[in-house]
Design a protein. Structure first.
Length: 64
């Protein structure tokens, strides 16, 4: 389903009663994905944040 293709006819017809699913769907899916990621990987760590930012050096072997 292409939201842009569905939005045009809905806008011309003046009936936006079913357009909420195109707005709520991606938000709910993103929240679900973050929840699964948290369950599978656990809480974030300082070493993980440093690695994500590219500042984890070789001298920080405790983080590995």
């Amino acid at each position: 389903m292409n939201p842009a293709r569905s939005f045009g006819p809905m806008l011309v017809a003046g009936d936006l009663s079913h357009y909420w699913i195109y707005l709520a769907g991606p938000i709910l899916d993103a929240m679900l994905a973050v929840g699964f990621e948290w369950i599978l990987r656990g809480r974030a760590t300082k070493a993980g944040a440093a690695a994500a930012q590219g500042i984890l050096g070789e001298d920080n072997s405790a983080a590995l």
